[in-house]
Design a protein around this ligand. Structure first.
Ligand code: ARG
Length: 467
């Protein structure tokens, strides 16, 4: 058994089961790179400030770089009984360079160290997540152009409501993902705060140069209170919250694609590559990818609740409970990114069954509002027109007809305001084209939304937002 780095005040070794129980190396080994880079910056600063000798600082840096190389080559052997990644790196360093390694932890605590590592890790993880949302948004934009005129029914209460287009429908999801990007970008701003120098909780008596470390690690600001710096996990909770909202969006999208791929709808067909068959029913083609993304949404909500509940009763400052943060936040991170990636591929390969959507939009009275609006344009008050068209719908239902199937004679029997031009005004194309307010389904409106979105995405991906 290895001697613990904190063994000084202990007379007995830790119980083996307790050692396993409290070890976090299996999860925090993911932060090896961040831990090593944080230590390099810290050691460099200690040397510059004369807190350790420049020779020791150089040796530490060299030793840490060799550990980083081994880690990146996959040859670094970690020791489970060394608790966590911080203790592991320090222990390996001392094995490699001897005495100088024992000076690395001067003016630092694992409490500010773990906060630093996790912030560094999450800053790049947020960038990665934003990048994956951008990829999905690019996939959406790629498909909308061909569907600016593709009519489909829009639903409210899952009942056919008014005609829209596939492009208009897809751009609704584009907007949801745009808010996800904005939320994550905002979350990244608060993650970007450098905690080192907070020590265990009460800062340090050494003349540490916090700004130097801050600059070297690429943070843009210093944590302003040492107690808060080691107590705060808001950035993890915010990430899990952003991830939960994003998963909710993906889940709604999946839900619709699942419904739309059913035989009752047949609006879309999933590619075989993203579907599975049944072990008993030979005819089946199931939308498993979409179902699994929908299912995994619950898991990410679970991670958010895990973090909120873990933090809610904790006194300031660090408590070991907080070691649980990483499993939850990494699970949210992995799940959301796996889902984004697979969803993007699934979406890019599905087929829209446009004839079937057009046919479906033609029944179910999706043009009823437009018939009422036609009467309004002829001078009828809207409430009266609504009532008239309601009666018309009832009559059509009895005869199994659509409003457009009725003759002008039949229409006039209900309201004398109907004239020959009514048929042009209530066709599906006219219904869609008439809704040309900004944000509406008319091709001209959707096209300008698409152009604005393409510009936004271009600016997003040309800057360093996703880095
Ligand atoms: N493994 C710990 C964590 O992940 C590191 C910080 C431990 N600090 C301490 N004083 N026990 O939270």
């Amino acid at each position: 058994m290895n001697k613990k780095l904190w063994s000084g005040r202990f007379q007995k070794a830790a119980d083996a089961a307790m050692e396993d129980f409290q070890s976090s190396i299996f999860v925090d080994c993911r932060m090896a790179r961040e831990d090593i880079l944080g230590s390099i910056a810290h050691a460099h600063m200690l040397g510059r400030q004369g807190i350790i000798s420049p020779t020791d600082a150089d040796q530490i840096e060299e030793g840490l770089r060799s550990i980083l190389t081994d880690y990146e080559n996959g040859t670094l052997v970690l020791n489970k009984s060394a608790e966590d990644i911080h203790m592991n790196v320090e222990q390996i360093l001392t094995e490699r360079i001897g005495k100088a390694g024992k000076r690395l932890h001067t003016g630092r605590s694992r409490n500010d160290q773990v906060a630093l590592d996790l912030r560094l890790y999450m800053m790049s993880a947020i960038g990665l997540t934003i990048g994956n949302i951008h990829n999905l948004q690019a996939a959406l934009l790629k498909r909308v152009h061909e569907h600016i005129h593709t009519v489909m029914p829009g639903f409210t209460h899952m009942q056919k409501a008014q005609p829209i287009t596939v492009a208009h429908y897809l751009m609704a999801y584009f907007e949801m993902f745009r808010r996800d990007v904005e939320r994550l970008t905002d979350c990244k701003k608060r993650t970007d705060s450098m905690p080192l120098g907070a020590g265990a909780l009460a800062g340090s008596t050494y003349p540490l140069d916090r700004s130097l470390v801050c600059r070297q690690l690429g943070f843009s600001s210093l944590a302003r209170n040492s107690i808060d710096a080691v107590s705060d996990r808001d950035f993890c909770i915010e990430f899990a919250s952003c991830a939960s909202i994003l998963m909710m969006h993906l889940s709604r999208f999946c839900e619709e694609l699942i419904i739309f791929s059913s035989d009752e709808f047949r609006y879309i067909e999933m590619d075989d590559a993203y579907s599975t068959g049944s072990s008993i029913m030979p005819q089946k083609k199931n939308p498993d990818t979409a179902e699994l993304v929908r299912g995994k949404t619950g898991r990410v909500y679970g991670d958010l609740f895990n973090l909120l509940t873990m933090m809610k009763g904790l006194p300031l400052a660090y408590n070991k409970d907080m070691q649980e943060d990483k499993e939850a936040v990494f699970d949210a991170l992995d799940t959301v990114n796996d889902c984004l990636t697979i969803f993007t591929s699934m979406f890019s390969t599905l087929r829209f069954l446009t004839d079937r959507m057009f046919e479906s939009a033609g029944c179910g009275f999706t043009n009823a509002t437009d018939v009422a609006d036609y009467l309004v344009r002829k001078g009828v008050p809207f409430r009266t027109a609504h009532e008239t068209v309601g009666k018309l719908v009832l009559a059509c239902l009895e005869e199994g007809k659509a409003i457009a199937d009725l003759s002008l004679f039949e229409l006039k029997a209900v309201s004398p305001f109907f004239e020959e031009d009514v048929f042009d005004c209530i066709s599906l194309i006219a219904c869609v084209e008439g809704r040309s307010l900004s944000g509406g389904p008319a091709p001209v409106a959707v096209l300008s939304h698409i152009e604005e979105s393409e510009q936004w995405l271009k600016e997003q991906t040309s800057g360093d937002v996703s880095q």
